[in-house]
Design a protein around this ligand. Sequence first.
Ligand SMILES: CC(C)(COP(=O)(O)OP(=O)(O)OC[C@H]1O[C@@H](n2cnc3c(N)ncnc32)[C@H](O)[C@@H]1OP(=O)(O)O)[C@@H](O)C(=O)NCCC(=O)NCCS
Length: 174
Amino acid sequence: MTDSPQIRFAQPEDFPAIVELGADVFTPYGCYRETILNWLNTAGIRSLVACRQESFCGAVIFGFFNEEDHFVTEVLAVEVAGAYRRTGVGRALMRAMIGHVTDISQIYPVLSLRLSTAETNHPALSLFGSLGFRPTGEDAGRYDGGQRIIRMEYGLPQTPATRAVRRFVAEQDS
Ligand SMILES: CC(C)(COP(=O)(O)OP(=O)(O)OC[C@H]1O[C@@H](n2cnc3c(N)ncnc32)[C@H](O)[C@@H]1OP(=O)(O)O)[C@@H](O)C(=O)NCCC(=O)NCCS
């Protein structure tokens, strides 16, 4: 059995490895080097890294975005280096991210946890599906590489904060 990776919040010294890996693995979908660097330096965007014996294995980047009276969380990228694939790193990163977002949603009204992936990305679709993400069915267009974009959402547990916002929104709409 392979050891669980260590997961921790990324530090600025991790950024070059995250950017290089992302620029490489997302090449089929477009040019992401600048985009990932910008994400890492944007307030409200967080990243977790996975390491084994101090070696960088991969990362997940996710952001909290303020939409009027609530937050939505978007998983912007999850990436695992080739040598560490299929050893549980992607799943460990995603689980840690979901745990963090769930903790935050106890305090702040985080109404949704969403992501995008390509319809051709079978490893990612399988990973996200196995964690409980479900396709939203919306038409989100295509990546620069031409692949159709699949939007998926994870059902965050309802908390007092999210219930209050949902009540408020329902009252405004009625
Ligand atoms: C998608 C990705 C993050 C998965 O990371 P990983 O560390 O290899 O995944 P894990 O070892 O944790 O596997 C978790 C699950 O993912 C799925 N999976 C991973 N690789 C797979 C493959 N080659 N084929 C089919 N399913 C696969 C399986 O459901 C797997 O569960 P299982 O091992 O019980 O069958 C990795 O392949 C990657 O970095 N791809 C390039 C970047 C990318 O496409 N990111 C996703 C879009 S943002």
